[in-house]
Each structure stands twice: as structure tokens, then as C-alpha cells.
Ligand binder design. Structure first.
Ligand code: GLA
Length: 658
């Protein structure tokens, strides 16, 4: 179990370091991430290195029994870099070249930046790849910057030439006949830059794909350098999810030894627990079961407009929630709260108040809990239900020129996951941008899968034909991966399996929802649906579509395809997915779980996370052993879980349950 956080000894005098190691031991910390933003300390002048301090830090940590996740510092080039290599700085869409003063100020396509990054990563590799403290390499930090400079333009053109093969093919894929954008020379193609009106959506989408591949290339360069020195040390980079991040993590996952994820829920209510479950399931699915929570906030979280202190027990619950979903540990940003710098009030395991503080006490108790867990295998994805995740569809649906400003890919996927979470059903994610293997799953939910390749459409068809249950949400199967619309009626790629043909979209004013005749509500979105084989399970009960199908069901081959044309609210999705799952014979992880309690299986362990402010009891169908107290729980007996608390039960011998 990795337990610890980002550790920045370069921000502190050396006498604090001994105190740090002492406190880490007290808290049960097993590993810390060192060096993430330490470039200006490691290479104070170009080509001049100072590793003495890092030697002393690593030796001290090792002597204290603390492992090191050693970072390459390439997410923040030092000020000397700016002056020596102005071409290594990013240029934004308005043509403004940025300068140092923050972090992430570099252009990933610039040769001087890449050379400088390789150099410092290579030096670190040579010096530390055999240091006994080093347990893992952490390349860079949260890849996700964006640059539109001339060097980027050149790299973009080469990438496009490989993707499209010819200018003709690119002109076709980008529909450049629209608004006289036809390119007659590769040199005419630019990254999306400030322009007069709406940009070409296919150009914007390809640019985001390009950025993802370009950054992956930068990662792979460093990874291969480090691997060549000592192949036995696992190498990762921490993924961050955000609408601005042009990284297709599902693709990147194949290039890291273990998926590592930073996750910061931005809600203070139950939505934070739902987000945690969402992030954990997504990370586990990216990693094929193997992943590590590399960063989260131990205490104060940024909610919209203000910081929110986690209530007692919440740090523990969140952390164990990630572990229950397969994380190889719980790591935080950060170990010690800094006295200055841009994130000076970001929470830490050792806050400004020092170790005599609720957060440090909770960190210490969590350290004991993690140490008490038996050795766990990777959290193998074992769910029968999966939700689709597709970064390019997200990017395409962030574009301008769409039929509603209310379209929100991330919100739609989270809503589908939330409905399954509330129904207590274990959920994986699958990635239609990669070769799809749906054989493990019995039910797949497809929210807003706007772009779909012929291969993915065929995989969904086979899935349904051979007995699977597919639930299609609106805005799915609309366009080819290039973003060109598939004609003939939506959901084009899925018309045959869904047995419906959508002839018109009717985006709704979110303030004026429309009721359905099953008691549900359509908010924000509705569609005119023609039945071409499906039967209506709910119809619009008001508005211009009154009497028209809203939710449909279609038997296709041995399986079933549902189509949801309406922007259902949370209750509607939960009701529908509960019913569909029940029909498909899929049950909850544990029956009889009180509301607000989460039951998650990881191998032989059952985690019960009580998010309620009051204690609950949960009946167990078979005998188990409480891992934290050592007491046995008989079959049919109820296990008590304290208010905001967690119970972890060893369920070895239980018949297979998901
Ligand atoms: C990210 C970064 C950290 C820190 C945190 C703050 O995850 O990796 O360096 O900035 O955000 O939440």
C-alpha cells in the first residue's frame, strides 16, 4: 500500500526534514512523492546540477523506512529556461507568448524544451535508478498544457499527414468545403487560433487528439530513458481529468506501468462521494484493475467559490473508497502545507497548525487502518455493468455550434454512473475508442457517445445480438470519429440495434421540463423518435412532442437495446437503470444496504462506507470477519458502521458476488 503524499523538502530548511521523517513514521506513511516541481533546485543553471540535497533527502527517507516516488520535474521549467529558450514557451490561441511566474509554462513540441526535459530526466535516472528508496518513477506532473505556436503548427501538420494520409482526405474529413476552408498545401494548416467566428469543429477535435499524442510522445521519451537504466522500477505519470486537458487517458494507460490518478472532488455534499466512486471506477478501468490514487486533498477541498473542510472521518472514507475500487494506496497533495507560494492554503497531512491537528490525527489513524489490511491483488474489474467513456466525444461536445449550450458530456457520463452507484450496482468503464471487448459485461450504458467508429458500432451490435443489454442515451452514434455526421436519422450508428429513427432534436429550456407518461421528467433535451422496430416504454406527456415515444426498448438478436431520447433527471435514470439491470438479472453488490451507505467488493474484502451522519447496521448474508476489530460476524447478523465510518469485512468464501 502506498500511503503518503507529495513531499517538497526543497521548500523547507533541512532541520525540518528530520521532523518530517519522524512524523511520517508516526502517521504510517509508506511512500512520498519527491521532486515534482524541483527543477530550479536540481538544475540551478543550465547544465549545472545540485543533487546533494536530494541525496540527503532520499537517504533520510530510506533510513526511516519511507519509499520514494521520484518525480521528474519537467512540468515547471526554471526561469533560466525562459530566457535561454524563448521558443520553448507556449503561445496561446490569441498569439500571446506566456512567460514564467507560474508552472506548466512550456511548449511540448519545442525541441529545446524536449531536450532540456530529457537531460534532467536522464540525470535523475543515472543518479537514482538504483537508489534503494526509489519505489516508482513519476514522470512530469499532470500532462495537459496547450500551445499554438509555430513549432506546434509544424508538429500538428506532420501528425495530420500521418492520420489522414493526404490533403484530399483531410479536406474531406474536415468538411473544408464549408466556409471556403479548402487547403491546397499542408503549410496552410494552423493549430486553432483566434479567428473571426466559429472555428472548424473537426480541426479543433484533431488538434486535441494531436496534443494528446504529442504529450504522450514526451512522456514516452522520459519513460524509456528511465527504464533503460533500471527496468525493474515501475514508471507512471499522474492523470488529471478536466475539460481543458487534451489527454486521452484510455489510450495513455497502455504506456504506463501503473495508472496513477489525481482526483479532487469539487463538492462538499454527497456528490463528493459519488465523484469519488466515479473517479475510482474510471481509473480502475483505465488501468485494467491496477491503479494508484496519486493525489487528493487530505482536508480542505475547493468547492465552487470557497474551500470546504472535510468533516471528521471523510478523509478516511474517501481514501478507503478509492482503495476499495482497486487503488494501490492513498496519496495526497500534500505532506506539509507550504508557508508561501500559489497554493499556500491547500490542505496537507501536516497543516500550518502542525501535527497537533485533526487532519494529522486522522492521517495517523488512516495509516493504521491501511497497515491492517491484508495484502490485496489489483482490484480486478469484475462488474457486470459498464458505462462508456470516450475523451474525443467529450471534446467534440465542448465545441461551439451545437444545438444546446446545456450539452455536457462529463455530466451525462457521471449521471449514468451515479444512477448505478445509487442502485448499488458495481460498474466498470469501457472505451469505444480502443478495440472493445464487451464479453465480460452483461449490460452497457452509453451516454453521449457522439463519435463512433464503424468498429465500435459493430462491437455494440455483436454485444446486443449475442444477448447483451445496451442502454443508449441521446447524442450517441451521431458522427464518425472525424466529426462528420452520419446521415439518415439519429442515432445513426445505432439505428438498426435500437429500432428507432430520430428525425429532429428538440432541446428544451432547462427551466421548462416536460413530463413523461411514466411519471418521469425530460429536462434540457427531447427528440422526435420514430419507432422502426422498438416499442415505446414511456412517451412525452406535454410539449410539442406530446404522445411521441421518449424511452424505447428493442429486442435485437438475443439481446435488448434501450433508447433514451429524453434528458432524464437523476431519479429517472436511477429508476430506468434499476429496472433494466433487474431484467438483465444483475443485482446490487449487497442487498439491504441502507441509503447513504456504499458497499464495494475488492477481492475477498467488502468495504461498507457510511456517508450518513448517524450510525447504521448492515445485514450480511454470509459469515465474515471484521478486519479492523478482528471480530466475527455470523450469517444473517448485522454489522454496525459508525456515523461517517467504515467497516471492512473479510468475506473469503462468500459465493461470487460483484
Ligand atoms: C494538482 C497538482 C498539484 C496541486 C494540486 C492542487 O493535482 O498536481 O501540484 O497543484 O493539483 O489541488
Amino acid at each position: 500500500m502506498f500511503y503518503g503524499g507529495d513531499y517538497n523538502p526543497e521548500q523547507w530548511p533541512e532541520e525540518v526534514w528530520d521532523d518530517d521523517v519522524e512524523l511520517m513514521r508516526e502517521a504510517g506513511v509508506t511512500a512520498v512523492t519527491v521532486g515534482v516541481f524541483a527543477w530550479s533546485h536540481l538544475e540551478p543553471e543550465e547544465g549545472v546540477y545540485d543533487f546533494g540535497w536530494l541525496d540527503r533527502v532520499l537517504d533520510r527517507l530510506h533510513a526511516g523506512g519511507i519509499g520514494v516516488v521520484l518525480a521528474t520535474p519537467t512540468a515547471s521549467p526554471p526561469p533560466w529556461f525562459t530566457l535561454a529558450h524563448p521558443a520553448g514557451l507556449p503561445v496561446n490561441a490569441d498569439g500571446v507568448r506566456l512567460t514564467h511566474g507560474s508552472r506548466d509554462t512550456y511548449c511540448v513540441s519545442s525541441r529545446p524544451y524536449r531536450a532540456a526535459a530529457r537531460r534532467i530526466a536522464g540525470e535523475l535516472g543515472r543518479r537514482y535508478a538504483h537508489h534503494p528508496a526509489v519505489a516508482m518513477w513519476h514522470v512530469h506532473n499532470e500532462y495537459g498544457t496547450d500551445c499554438r505556436c509555430d513549432l506546434t503548427a509544424e508538429a500538428f501538420r506532420s501528425w495530420l499527414a500521418k492520420r489522414h494520409g493526404s490533403l484530399e482526405a483531410l479536406n474531406e474529413a474536415w468538411t473544408t468545403a464549408f466556409w471556403s476552408q479548402r487547403y491546397s498545401d499542408w503549410a496552410q494548416i494552423m493549430p486553432p487560433r483566434a479567428t473571426q467566428y466559429l472555428p472548424n469543429p473537426a480541426q479543433v477535435l484533431d488538434f486535441r487528439r494531436f496534443l494528446s499524442d504529442e504529450m504522450l510522445g514526451a512522456f514516452v521519451e522520459q519513460r524509456d530513458l528511465l527504464r533503460s537504466v533500471n527496468p525493474s522500477i515501475p514508471i507512471t505519470t499522474n492523470f488529471v481529468q478536466g475539460g481543458w486537458v487534451s489527454v486521452d487517458h484510455a489510450r495513455w494507460a497502455a504506456e504506463v506501468d501503473i495508472v496513477a490518478v489525481d482526483h479532487y472532488p469539487d463538492s462538499a455534499d454527497i456528490a463528493a462521494e459519488e465523484e469519488t466512486a466515479f473517479a475510482g471506477d474510471l481509473a480502475r478501468s483505465w488501468g485494467g484493475g491496477r491503479w494508484l490514487l496519486m493525489e487528493t486533498a487530505p482536508n480542505l477541498i475547493y468547492t465552487r467559490g470557497r474551500m470546504h473542510a472535510k468533516e471528521p472521518g471523510r478523509m478516511t472514507r474517501h481514501s478507503l473508497g478509492y482503495v476499495a475500487r482497486g487503488s494501490a494506496g492513498a496519496m495526497y497533495f500534500q505532506w506539509r502545507q507550504p508557508l508561501g507560494g500559489a497554493e499556500l492554503f491547500h490542505s496537507a497531512m501536516v497543516p500550518h497548525a502542525g501535527p497537533d491537528s485533526p487532519v494529522f490525527r486522522e492521517a495517523t489513524s488512516l495509516g493504521r487502518i491501511l497497515a491492517a489490511l491484508p495484502g490485496l491483488d489489483a482490484g480486478s474489474p469484475a462488474a457486470e455493468v459498464a458505462v462508456t467513456w470516450d475523451a474525443p466525444s467529450w471534446w467534440a461536445l465542448q465545441g461551439a455550434g451545437l444545438p444546446s449550450a446545456g450539452i455536457d458530456y462529463l455530466a451525462a457520463v457521471r449521471q449514468a454512473h451515479r444512477a448505478l452507484y445509487r442502485a448499488g450496482v458495481a460498474t466498470d468503464f469501457v472505451f469505444p475508442g480502443l478495440p472493445l471487448d464487451l464479453a465480460r459485461h452483461r449490460m452497457v450504458v452509453v451516454p453521449h457517445l457522439y463519435l463512433v467508429s464503424a468498429e465500435a458500432a459493430a462491437a455494440f451490435r455483436d454485444f446486443v445480438a449475442s444477448g447483451g443489454t445496451l442502454v443508449l442515451g441521446p447524442l450517441s452514434g451521431i458522427a464518425e470519429p472525424s466529426a462528420r455526421v452520419l446521415p439518415g436519422g439519429y442515432p445513426a450508428a445505432f439505428r438498426e440495434i435500437s429500432g428507432v429513427r430520430v428525425t429532429e432534436w428538440h432541446p428544451l429550456d432547462p427551466a421548462s421540463p416536460v413530463t413523461l407518461d411514466d411519471g418521469g421528467t425530460a429536462r434540457g433535451w427531447s427528440e422526435r423518435v420514430e419507432l422502426t422496430g422498438a416499442t415505446a416504454r414511456a412517451r412525452y406527456a406535454g410539449g410539442v412532442l406530446a404522445g411521441e415515444p421518449a424511452i424505447t426498448r428493442h429486442d435485437f438478436g438475443d439481446g435488448t437495446c434501450w433508447y433514451v431520447s429524453a434528458g432524464l433527471d437523476d431519479d429517472g435514470w436511477e429508476r430506468l437503470l434499476r429496472a433494466v439491470a433487474a431484467e438483465a438479472g444483475i443485482s446490487a453488490v449487497l442487498e439491504g444496504v441502507p441509503p447513504g451507505v456504499e458497499a464495494v467488493r475488492r477481492g475477498p474484502l467488502l468495504f461498507l462506507l457510511n456517508h450518513n451522519p448517524s450510525a447504521v447496521t448492515v445485514p450480511l448474508p454470509e459469515p465474515a470477519v471484521d478486519v479492523l476489530t478482528g471480530s466475527s460476524v455470523a450469517a444473517g447478523a448485522a454489522v454496525g458502521v459508525a456515523a461517517g465510518g467504515v467497516a471492512i469485512l473479510d468475506c473469503q468464501g462468500w459465493k461470487a458476488r460483484r
